[in-house]
Design a protein around this ligand. Structure first.
Ligand SMILES: [Ca+2]
Length: 164
């Protein structure tokens, strides 16, 4: 049943560029190069760490595309490798509470299905974006807003054009 669900989710997310060269330690998932951290950092420290992984500083915390294909590819990978943890990704509402943007400047769809129930909460203290996956949640990973200074694992992505 899980495999069937995954297959349906990924059918509309065909990988066109399957020959992307992902420099170590990045791995290809879908059409992008990602790195799942094995250390815990605050949101800002995690961004710095991601940048340090690319010689030309084009890496940052991961951002998802508008049609959710990145989300589905990452979700599939996390379940395949049982990456059941909480990871910072590149989104924040630090500038205007309740107005969420990716680090590349695009707005984050607040109606997207990947938010946890009743998330994101309008909160001055929860201003940074995490995705999390648990073994008991087999259908999807979820996004939530958390306090930026907390240490969490994080997901870096190569070729993110950061503007914030
Ligand atoms: Ca907030």
């Amino acid at each position: 049943m899980i495999n069937f669900t995954l297959t349906v989710l990924l059918l509309s997310c065909v990988v066109v560029n399957s020959y992307a060269e992902c420099q170590d330690p990045f791995i290809q998932i879908g059409e992008s190069c990602y790195y799942f951290s094995d250390l815990l950092l605050s949101y800002q420290e995690a961004r710095k760490y991601c940048r340090s992984l690319s010689a030309n500083h084009r890496a940052d915390l991961a951002v998802f595309d508008q049609i959710d294909c990145d989300y589905h590819h990452v979700f599939s990978h996390m379940h395949q490798y049982e990456l059941y943890n909480t990871y910072w990704i590149g989104g924040t509402d630090q500038e205007v509470d309740g107005f969420w943007i990716w680090v590349d400047g695009r707005p984050i769809d607040l109606k997207a299905s990947y938010w946890s129930k009743d998330e994101p909460a309008v909160s001055d203290t929860n201003n940074c974006l995490v995705m999390f996956s648990r073994s008991e949640i087999v259908t999807r990973i979820r996004l939530e807003d958390l306090t930026c200074s907390y240490p969490h694992y994080f997901l870096c992505q190569l070729d993110v054009l950061s503007v914030i």
